[in-house]
Design a protein around this ligand. Structure first.
Ligand SMILES: [Zn+2]
Length: 218
């Protein structure tokens, strides 16, 4: 089987198609073995989980494909500071998304002239350190509505990911600070009254007033 980084578009297509065939076969098995009144519920549960896993695979493979494309450009092979040739090795990077976690392999380049270490694909694709915008948005919204424990349970249910209460709290705090900074730098948002209907959410509150109150223990 080809390694993750050696997959080309054709390999990716074949792998995903194979996964899709397995999903269809499982749908057939569920319909054949489940009583009529429960078929919809069982199919829904199966496709919620497997659909997310399948989408995660697409995201992982297509992103990895693009990382490799970026790393083949001449620009990515030069030191961004002194433009000299660099040594390179591979480093993995794990991202947590609303579709689950995924791991990318990308090149780390170390310039032996100026000693600058860079990850060209991270820079070009503006990859986040660990969490995608979608995941941060979900996390902040859940933390605005519920305690960290309930927020973590909800994220597990919706995204299939497990985050500790501490991690979730830090993530929500950072996201709130990012949103506040973005709104403060946007005069249109700052001076235009929000037409959004009121929601019982600290996240909405935080968007309109640049502050975020972490939920107290509930
Ligand atoms: Zn350099």
């Amino acid at each position: 089987m080809p390694t993750q980084t050696s997959l080309n578009s054709s390999n990716i297509h074949d792998l995903l198609h194979e996964h899709l065939d397995i999903m269809f076969a499982e749908c057939n098995r569920i319909m054949d073995t489940t009583e009529n009144g429960q078929i919809l519920n069982h199919l829904e549960t199966f496709l919620l989980d497997e659909g997310r896993t399948f989408s995660n695979k697409i995201l992982q493979h297509k992103l990895q494909e693009h990382v490799q494309h970026v790393e083949q450009t001449e620009e990515s092979k030069q030191c961004q500071r002194c433009k000299k040739t660099q040594y390179q090795n591979k480093k993995s990077k794990t991202l947590t998304t609303v579709l689950g976690s995924l791991t990318l392999e990308r090149l780390s380049r170390l310039c032996n002239h100026c000693e600058l270490r860079t990850f060209p694909a991270d820079v070009t694709l503006e990859l986040p350190d660990a969490y995608t915008n979608g995941l941060k948005r979900f996390a902040a919204r859940c933390c605005g509505l519920w305690s960290y424990r309930l927020a973590a349970d909800t994220l597990k249910e919706l995204c299939g990911i497990s985050l500790s209460h501490t991690t979730l709290g830090k993530l929500a705090g950072h996201t709130a600070a990012e949103i506040a900074a973005r709104l403060q730098n946007n005069p249109d948002v700052r001076h235009t009254p929000s037409k959004r209907p009121k929601e019982p959410s600290n996240f909405i509150l935080m968007e309109s007033s640049f502050r975020f109150s972490p939920p107290t223990a509930r």
